[in-house]
Design a protein around this ligand. Structure first.
Ligand code: DNO
Length: 348
């Protein structure tokens, strides 16, 4: 595995040097954040990211994410222009040495939580998703809280309502058609430029606010991989996204898709699955519902050699920062993942 850490570019309060000081840290996962979704990333911006990451002694090999324009997910006639731009972005990041691109195909809302500062018994704060709170949010109702984490802050309320309305009535099958069209448009470029595309599962892995979500479980992952059946069409195994549903056996999925050579990136995070949703917890297995040791062992034993990063952390030690993306708890997560990997490697 290649240990990596997400960094939000020059705007990120966490200096690259701090990331480089985490034992075993090899790579930074980042993106160009100041270009509107769907447009082509300037070569200078990619170069600037690459040189700052490399100046800190870290590898610049993974992008998270090149976002997919809503028109592609909606299957609008304008999608061809955005798909052409997407191909161009793959070429440009590949030229800068990128080997893996993470993306998602969630309509409108990326990862969604209902509280960002839920206080755990030890005084740390964490991200949670409680169904009763999610049900109280209606993106078409102006009175609702429209600033849940993971939502694209560049939308105004009115734009958000417009785009949510565009999806009304769209079936999961239609979204599959649009995903197929997208993959058939971009995977040949990824193959040509030796880039591994790694789709991120829907988070949480069920439909929210009446919008379809399709990358949610084993059957759907199998279907996705078959659409274009080449290694470059792969996945980001996000333990928290899949593992927030007790229906998903994350250990089994890690083993299966690693053996197939289709996991290019892993997001490692623990969650406590509750009757009414889930809470993000510290990475340690005993802190949540997932057996992190068994997942790491499944990856290791099935030949996983991709990138891995500690996913969301809690806020601990008084740190203030971007929800889920502080330094301290993610660094503890990295240290723990290193320990697990050393243990599973030495066991042979
Ligand atoms: C949340 C992240 C996601 C992820 C995207 C990939 O913390 O895991 O936002 O980056 O879904 O496109």
């Amino acid at each position: 595995m290649k240990l990596s850490f997400r960094w939000y570019g020059a705007e990120d309060a966490i200096p690259l040097q701090y990331i480089a000081q985490i034992p075993g840290m090899q790579a930074v996962v980042t993106a160009v954040y100041d270009v509107p979704v769907g447009e082509v990333w300037p070569r200078e911006s990619i170069r600037a990211l690459k040189s700052s990451v490399e100046a800190a002694g870290l590898l610049f090999e993974v992008i998270e994410s090149i976002p997919v324009h809503e028109d592609i997910k909606l299957g609008l006639p304008t999608r061809d222009r955005y798909i052409a731009n997407y191909r161009e972005n793959i070429r440009r990041v590949a030229e800068a040495g990128i080997k893996c691109v993470c993306y998602n195909f969630m309509p409108v809302f990326d990862w969604t939580r209902t509280e960002t500062e839920h206080v755990l018994p030890d005084g740390s704060t964490t991200l949670v998703y409680y169904e009763e709170q999610a049900e109280a949010v209606n993106p078409l109702d102006s009175e609702s809280d429209l600033t849940l984490p993971g939502w694209d802050a560049s939308y105004t309320r009115e734009e958000l309502k417009r785009v949510v309305r565009q999806y009304r009535g769209m079936s999961g099958e239609k979204l599959w058609d649009n995903l197929k069209y997208f993959l058939e448009g971009i995977i040949p470029t990824a193959v040509e430029y030796h880039v591994n595309m790694a789709i991120h599962e829907d988070d949480p892995c069920w439909s929210i606010f009446g919008l379809p979500r399709i990358i949610t479980d084993e059957e759907k992952l199998d279907r996705l991989l078959k659409i274009v059946d080449v290694p470059n069409n792969g996945i980001t195994l996000c333990t928290g996204s899949l593992g927030c549903s007790a229906q998903n056996d994350v250990v089994k999925l890690a083993a299966k898709y690693a053996a197939m050579g289709r996991i290019h990136f892993a997001h490692m995070r623990n969650v406590a699955v509750l009757p009414n949703g889930f809470e993000e917890r510290a990475h340690l297995s005993s802190c949540g519902s997932l057996d992190m040791y068994a997942i790491m062992k499944a990856l290791h034993d099935n030949g996983f050699d991709g990138y891995i990063r500690p996913d969301h952390g809690r806020m601990i030690w008084g740190e203030k920062g971007r929800p889920g993306y502080g330094l301290y708890d993610r660094a503890l997560g990295a240290a723990y993942l290193n320990g697990l990997w050393e243990a599973v490697s030495k066991q042979g």
